[in-house]
Design a protein around this ligand. Sequence first.
Ligand code: 5AD
Ligand code: FES
Length: 351
Amino acid sequence: MEKEFKRIVDDIRRSKRITKTDLTYIFENAEGNEDYLFEAARNTAEIFYGKQIYIRGLIEFTNYCKNDCYYCGIRRSNAKTERYRLTEDDILSCCDIGKELGFKTFVLQGGEDPYFTDDRIADLVRKIKERHPSCAVTLSIGEKSYESYQKFYNAGADRYLLRHETANEDHYKKLHPSAMSGKNRKNCLLNLKEIGFQVGCGIMVGTPHQTTQHIYEDIVFMQELQPHMIGIGPFIPHKDTPFCNEPRGSVRQTLLLLAILRLLFPKALLPATTALGTADALGREKGILAGANVLMPNLSPVDARKKYLLYDGKICTGEEAAECNMCLRRRVERIGYSVADSRGDHPDAVI
Ligand code: 5AD
Ligand code: FES
């Protein structure tokens, strides 16, 4: 273990800050040193969470999307994607199945689908909360107005996931068409936080044109926002998108960033993402061992999963919810952790 690497890790851990030089140093000198960083991240996660992993049941309820992000398989321009929407009954029965399997959080994720008006979403949230009052509802449905977010909150939604994708405006423009802006996205996150949601932001690691400077700016943005959750996973190309020939993001860099984020945000809920599990067969386990404490197995019906493909090779598209549930519990236990049965709110959240 190299002295300088250790000094930097200890410094981040103590100060909850990182300089761009130190971030670069970690990325460039991790080989042979990373175990020290991962261990520090695990120990930090243990302070608030012990060896507990929270599970969130992901319901991918629509793959219609009005946006056209260059990286995403369900972008509007991808005519090859067979579009679907789950009905309200479908969604409610996913929740019922999830509840039986022990889930205490349901994440409704979808493209930005105009069919799902604010009233339809609010209605859905109300019905889920009525049937499962002990469960949290998380929305992940993109950019909306302050008023829309307020309606969802009033209907009982607890949390909201909206990755900012990149905090750098120029980089944002390289990943999205001009109709979208990084400024609006950041503003959405600030609004969500103000309204009272537990908020999750995040990025993909290794998107085209991403530099260490960009990742540093992402960290600065996160320090301003103070999100409750941070989702990061490697970029994985999708064959029917403009980024089809771009290289995928590195698993190692994703794990390093995950561990750094754990040191900077000891109380954050950090998922070991499905993209990480797709890029590496043991990616989710490695994520937990680098400081992650959340897993988000799929609760969507199997025929929907096969159509909700944001990137190529996505895992778990053939397994039923019950199979993923068992598989994940086994995986978590094998590395010495256990699946928590509480809701897994952020320690500072006002419930
Ligand atoms: N590779 C990895 N992650 C992706 N996402 C979208 N497309 C891809 C891809 N090709 C991520 C984005 C989005 C989240 C729901 O999935 O960060 O916010
Ligand atoms: Fe789905 Fe392992 S989590 S099969």
